[in-house]
Write a protein that binds this ligand. Structure first.
Ligand SMILES: Cc1ncc(COP(=O)(O)O)c(C=O)c1O
Length: 439
């Protein structure tokens, strides 16, 4: 069946996109600078989502652009297996100074999804290396998003990402999600109720026995499912249960990493330290694909035995620690440091929260959630079915020159950390107009 659209758009099968809708009314971005995109028809779009939660320092930052260009000319590629290049070591060392205490070993990947697979594999391999080889079970959480590879969708908990793809990984279970509109709707920051939901892990321990469980993975703030903020005390309780049972705790900080919640990492914002942490996105300000897993030194050290000429971990990617990514990452860390961006969200969060919560009372708004520079507005589903109303709001905002994101009936915002107050106002007022019109 053919549809009346430009055939030149046909070949590209777009990811996580309503392809037919898009190709009938394309939204093409051609330039970006600072807080703004520019479209192919010359319109300026305020970036309310940092691209896709990744361009934390804003677009086309000169230091980063120059570092990438310089590196491409100096050395385009270096193999990461049995070889190294100085910037890889420098970048890992610089990153290890930002992470929570003890998480000072860095394994490089090329995306959040790869970071998740890497962390799950390290967790399994570590349990085996320390003589606990029966611990093969991985635990995720309902509504979790951990990328799109098989490990990630297995521990993930978003049904649309799972149902088409067969039986997934065996030996995976999930704890309950923390969303509780009845008790927590319109909470500012961390909701008061729900710490006890962490006890669901005790239920799984009782069911499977701790001796079968390797690790638990959660997003400290669940982003892709629609901005679920952890209830007060919840993450600490999860940490305590993991400690009690010898289970590794993995925080997936792919979106919360690099300043999103007001500290460099959400682990620091919430005062809970995991054993492994996955990151990507803001690690290079989104400019070159890269991810990483931060690992506690003692976990890393467990692998460092046996004959010294042997490979300790049979895992890695052709593009692990790619020179362009390392150059971009180092320049990104310089930019973050010079402009105080990794803590700027803590200065702006009250202002942002005031704006967001002023949307309460608009038609169909059933919840508003916020932490740092992350905001979520949940709508009641409309008569046309789940997701449609929020999608209309997204399209309306884009027409008005502002980019937000939607998942299901939730509108998410995560602007670059360089955002100014007047731009927060613009973001909120545009959304207000669209919400009124979506009634
Ligand atoms: C928490 C989390 N983990 C993993 C990923 C996957 O990252 P990527 O798309 O770079 O593979 C994402 C992406 O949004 C994410 O939010």
């Amino acid at each position: 069946m053919s549809t009346p659209h430009d055939p030149s758009l046909d070949a590209y099968w777009m990811p996580f996109t309503a392809n037919r809708q898009f190709k009938q009314r394309p939204r093409l971005l051609t330039q970006a600078s600072g807080m703004h995109y520019r479209t192919d028809d010359g319109r300026e779009i305020l970036d309310g989502v940092a691209g896709l939660w990744c361009v934390n320092a804003g677009h086309a930052r000169p230091r980063i652009v120059q570092a990438i260009a310089r590196q491409a000319g100096e050395m385009d590629y270096a193999p990461p297996f049995q070889m190294g290049h100085p910037k890889a070591f420098e970048f890992a060392d610089r990153l290890s100074q930002l992470t929570p205490a003890g998480l000072n070993r860095v394994f490089f990947t090329n995306s959040g999804s790869e970071s998740v697979e890497t962390a799950l594999k390290i967790a399994l391999a570590w349990q085996r290396a320390r003589g606990q080889g029966t611990r093969t079970r991985l635990i995720g959480r309902e509504r979790g998003y951990h990328g799109v590879n098989f490990g990630g969708i297995s521990v993930g908990g978003i049904v649309g990402n799972r149902k088409m793809f067969g039986t997934l990984l065996g030996g995976v279970d999930h704890i309950r999600h923390t969303h509780d509109l009845e008790r927590n709707a319109f909470s500012r920051g961390q909701p008061a109720h729900g710490a006890e939901l962490a006890d669901d892990l005790e239920r799984l321990v009782a069911l499977h026995d701790a001796s079968t469980i390797a690790a638990v993975i959660v997003e400290p703030v669940a982003g892709s499912t629609g901005v679920l903020i952890p209830p007060q005390g919840y993450l600490q309780r999860l940490r305590d249960i993991c400690d009690r049972h010898g289970i590794l705790l993995i925080f997936d900080e792919v979106i919360t990493g690099f300043g999103r919640t007001g500290q460099p990492f959400a682990a620091q914002t919430f005062g809970v330290t995991p054993d492994l942490m996955t990151v990507a996105k803001g690690i290079t300000n989104g400019c070159v694909p890269m991810g990483a897993v931060f690992v506690k030194q003692e976990i890393h050290d467990t692998f460092m035995n046996g004959p010294e000429h042997l490979i300790e971990l049979f895992h890695g990617y052709t593009y692990s620690a790619h020179p362009l990514a390392c150059a971009a990452g180092l320049a990104t860390l310089d930019t973050y440091a010079e402009e105080g961006l990794l803590t700027r969200a803590s200065e702006l969060q009250d202002y942002f929260a005031d704006g967001l919560h002023s949307l309460r009372g608009l038609p169909h708004v059933i919840d508003v959630r916020n932490i740092g520079l992350v905001g979520g507005v949940e709508l009641a589903p409309g008569p046309e079915g789940p997701g449609r109303r929020a999608f209309n709001v997204f399209l309306d905002c884009f027409e008005q020159g502002v980019m937000v994101r939607t998942t299901g009936d939730i509108i998410a915002m995560s602007p670059p950390l360089i955002i100014e107050r007047a731009q927060i106002d613009r973001l909120i007022e545009t959304l207000r107009t669209a919400l009124k019109r979506a009634a």
